[in-house]
Design a binder for this molecule. Sequence first.
Ligand code: ADP
Ligand code: MG
Length: 208
Amino acid sequence: MGLDVNWAVRWLTLSAEAMAEHRVELIELDRPIGDSDHGENMDRGFKAVMDKLAESPPETAGAALKLTAMTLMSKVGGAAGPLYGTAFLRAATSFGDATDIDAAALAAALAAARDGIVARGKAESGDKTMVDAWTPAVDASAAAAGEGDVRKVLAAAAEAAEAGAVSTDPMLARKGRASYLGERSIGHRDPGAVSSALILRAAVGASE
Ligand code: ADP
Ligand code: MG
C-alpha cells in the first residue's frame, strides 16, 4: 500500500511537533552562523500550517503539501520560508491528484522538492545548506525505491539527511547568512540541514 492524505497530514503534524520540540536547538544552531531565528521561524510556520489544515482539511496528499507551501511562504520570513515553500510546492505538484502514492512517485517527489530548493537558492552540495541534507536523502530514496516499499524509501531518506546534516560541520558556508562568516562558519552544523532531517524523520514516523 502506498501513501495517502492521512499520511501527509500525520507527516505535517509530526513535523510541527518536531519544530516545537527542537525550537531551542535550532535557535542555538543559528546563533553562531546566523541570526538565531531558524527555530522560531520553523515553529511559527508549522504552527500556522496546523491552523490551516484544521480550517480547510485537504482531500489529497498533494493538496496538503500545497497548503503547507503557501503557508510557509507567507508566514516564515528569512531564507527558509521561500526555500521550504518551494520544496513543498514542487512535491505537491509532483504528487498531483494521486491518492495512493507508491515508492517511485515518492522518490520523484523528494527529488522535485530538492530541485526546487536548488532552483530557488542556487546552492550546490558542499555549500553548507539544507541542500547537504536533501541531496543525500534524494540519492538514498532513489536507490531504495526499486524495492517498492514506501516506508523503506522514507527511512533511507531520513537516515541520509541526518548524516548529511552532520556532514555540514566541517564545511565552509558559501550561501546564506553563514557565508558572511567565511572561515568562521567552519565547525558549526547548518540549522536548515538539521530542520530538513527532522522533517524527513517525521515523514517516517507518519508512515508507521
Ligand atoms: P535566515 O538565514 O534568513 O535567517 P533561517 O535562519 O530561517 O533564515 O534559515 C537559515 C537556513 O536556510 C540555513 O541554515 C540554510 O540551511 C538555509 N539556506 C540559506 N540560504 C540558502 C540557499 N541559498 N540555498 C539553500 N539553503 C539556504
Ligand atoms: Mg536565521
